[in-house]
Design a protein around this ligand. Structure first.
Ligand SMILES: Nc1ncnc2c1ncn2[C@@H]1O[C@H](COP(=O)(O)OP(=O)(O)OP(=O)(O)O)[C@@H](O)[C@H]1O
Ligand SMILES: [Mg+2]
Length: 387
């Protein structure tokens, strides 16, 4: 799939802009603060209804305006789709496909993209929640149905926590205990499905991450993934527990068994602390580089490369089963952080994607083989190449 045309109205620092894009690499160049990231952020939003930079939509509406509009023409196998989203300061956002209104939440089905940006360094260095989000977003991108399972799990978790908290303050009576057991079963049923889905995804990502890391960093490096499952932990502590770290796929039935046992084991601790101590909301994806955990050991460039490998791997996984070709690969400011040999290797690794959108403050940072179609950005406008 490719984006052949992008039009923005009142999006961030753009009043109005039209950008034509080509298959293969497209490079957006401009000084700091001119609007390169804004441009690719708009496409990311069209594809996921979220921004990699902010959690609320309002920041994307140009200051002083009421609405931002992102429109893109997508092409795949001679077919064209015109997609549009309007982000409103007040009231719900609106979406259109081929000028017909659709439910906004259905928009992501039309446009698959994978965006890598400096913020993704947090995938390697940050808290487990970021890695869980990475996995869960990819799961939902592949099977939208899972979004319902995740929402239900969150709801059950919240209700169970409320019950545990009230038990802590007033003691758990007989009927409270049986209510807790009902929530336990729901928690286990939904949670085990999430554990299985994540573990299958991790198993699928693993060879792709290893290959992508080697492709970027060279064959002498090895990157691998493990799962850290709170249902296997001996205690409910936040400390890393080796027994809880494992590889391989876990079925929902196996997960449910561990889950029930963990809830029984930690009943006392949960009642004391008033929160649910085990379940997919406490799990982690462990990233291992050359036999050491990347978090806490990897260098800046290595962490960057690992985060990038995770994103490239997710693009591979998406491309494998997509009926509409490759996801559009978006690389925001990635080359400046890599050494020359990693830059060149990355250029070859992404060369096979139908379309790659690259931003860079300095064109010299972008390997020559990718610097074919260049778009210069200045103060929220596209400027002619010789300007
Ligand atoms: N809602 C908004 N309304 C108006 N301007 C905005 C809005 N949000 C961001 N901006 C402006 O957009 C500019 C940032 O653009 P962007 O992040 O795309 O820069 P960039 O070209 O990627 O720069 P860098 O090379 O530093 O990454 C800033 O000057 C910021 O003030
Ligand atoms: Mg930027």
């Amino acid at each position: 799939m490719i984006v052949s045309h992008l039009n923005l109205t009142d999006f961030r620092n753009y009043t109005s802009v039209d950008v034509a894009m080509v298959p293969g690499p497209n490079v957006f160049v401009g000084s700091n603060g001119q609007g390169k990231t804004n441009l690719v952020e708009a496409l990311g939003y069209l594809s996921t209804l979220g921004s990699h930079r902010v959690s609320t939509d309002h920041a994307m509406i140009r200051t002083g305006q009421d609405a931002a509009i992102v429109r893109a023409r997508l092409e795949h196998a001679e077919r064209q789709v015109l997609t549009e989203v309007q982000i409103n300061r007040s009231g719900a956002n609106r979406a259109q496909v081929n000028r017909t209104a659709i439910r906004t939440r259905d928009l992501p089905r039309y446009f698959a993209s994978v965006l890598f940006a400096p913020e993704d360094l947090a995938l390697v260095r940050g808290e487990p929640s970021g890695r869980r989000r990475f996995l869960d977003e990819l799961l939902v991108q592949r099977s939208p149905r899972l979004s319902g399972v995740m929402t239900d799990y969150e709801r059950v978790l919240k209700q169970r926590n409320t019950l545990l908290k009230s038990a802590r303050s007033s003691g758990l009576r007989e009927n409270g205990l049986s209510t807790l057991e009902i929530w336990d079963e729901r928690l286990v049923a939904l949670g085990s499905e999430i554990i299985e889905e994540r573990s299958r995804l991790i198993a699928e990502l693993l060879p792709e991450v290893a290959a992508a890391y080697t492709a970027i960093a060279g064959a002498e490096h090895s990157a691998t993934l493990m799962t850290q499952l709170s249902v296997l932990a001996k205690s409910g502590d936040d400390e890393v527990d080796d027994a809880a770290t494992r590889g391989g796929v876990l079925t929902a039935a196996e997960a449910a068994e561990f889950f029930r046992a963990a809830l029984a084991r930690l009943r006392r601790a949960e009642l004391d602390r008033g929160i649910t101590l085990v379940g997919p909301h406490r799990d982690d994806l462990v990233l291992i580089l050359n036999d050491l955990p990347a978090r806490g050991y990897a260098s800046h460039g290595e962490s960057w490369s690992f985060a990038l490998a995770l994103k490239l791997a997710s693009a591979e996984v998406l491309r494998r089963e997509s009926p509409s070709g490759d996801p559009v690969l978006i690389l925001d400011d990635v080359f400046a952080e890599l050494d020359q040999s990693r830059r060149a290797r990355l250029a070859s690794a992404v060369g096979g994607f139908e379309q790659v959108l690259i931003t860079a403050a300095v064109l010299e940072d972008v390997p020559e083989q990718l610097a074919g179609h260049i778009v210069r950005i200045r103060a929220g406008a596209v400027v002619e190449d010789d300007a």
